[in-house]
Design a protein around this ligand. Structure first.
Ligand code: ATP
Length: 241
């Protein structure tokens, strides 16, 4: 079932158009990977989907409801949650409080403190630890748990592995794979690690200068075509040409 539909979305910063006529849809249980170089417009797209950046035109439809003009808090309440790059958490508060605050501001649903702890078992022993004292990987797990507490239909994950150790990244993706396996949440994932993005995503979109340059199933497209799109080479042109 299609959970999120984005139609001809345009967003910018002043005179600069960062997201140009972007359209896609994501179904429940599906992972859509967004791939693109620095400045391709991925973060602006995510922020626009989450409602913290205004759309200049186009529409964002969540489970059949147009949410384009909803403010961020209403958007969380209607089912879009973002785990932002750099993950903002309440560092003076314990993990439990970070999770509970999110739960109070979201939708009601299957995700509660206990189900989040089942999905992200690494958080259980940390519940009473002040968040500011956690490692990068642990904080990232808290940020994901916090997003889940709002019972999202669509989870936006912006470079969640940035700055984490390989072991922490492995643990994080294991947890995300568990989420995916539940089949009830649509995930849109920005991931700089191309191999990781290709393995974890059911479909990928390659963004170049704000536009979708390539879209499809990663294994069908193949790594070369995705790499070419990343660097702005037409398909078939080689990087060394
Ligand atoms: P990165 O991987 O570096 O985060 P990105 O793909 O997420 O890149 P955006 O951050 O969305 O790309 O940037 C898209 C374009 O918008 C770039 O040209 C960038 O310079 C510009 N941009 C982003 N944020 C702002 C801002 N606050 N003010 C002005 N221009 C911005």
């Amino acid at each position: 079932m299609t959970m999120l539909t984005v139609n001809n979305l345009v967003a910018g910063h002043g005179l600069l158009t960062a997201v140009r006529d972007v359209s896609f849809s994501v179904a429940a249980g599906e992972v859509l990977g967004i791939i693109g170089a620095n400045g391709a417009g991925k973060t602006t797209l995510f922020r626009t989907l989450a409602g913290v950046h205004p759309a200049s035109s186009g529409s964002i439809v969540l489970d059949g409801v147009d949410v384009t003009d909803l403010r961020p808090s209403r958007r969380v309440a209607s089912g879009i949650a973002m785990v932002p790059e750099g993950r903002r958490l309440f560092v003076d508060m314990a993990v439990r409080e970070n999770l509970q605050v999110a739960g109070e501001n979201g939708r009601s649903g299957a995700w509660t403190l206990s189900t989040v702890l089942e999905a992200l078992p690494a958080l259980a022993p940390l519940l009473d630890v002040v968040t500011g004292g956690l490692s990068g990987g642990q904080r990232q797990a808290v940020a994901i748990g916090r997003a889940l507490m709002s019972n999202p239909q669509v989870l936006l994950l912006d470079e969640v592995s940035l700055g984490l150790s390989p072991v922490a990244i492995e643990g994080l993706y294991k947890q995300l794979a568990g989420l995916k396996g539940r089949g009830d949440t649509a995930m849109v994932v920005v991931e700089q690690d191309l191999d990781r993005a290709m393995t974890f995503s059911d479909r990928v979109i390659c963004m170049l200068e704000g536009r979708i340059a390539l879209e499809g199933e990663p294994q069908v497209l193949g790594k070369q075509a995705i790499t070419d799109a990343y660097f702005g080479l037409a398909h078939g042109e080689m990087a060394h040409a």
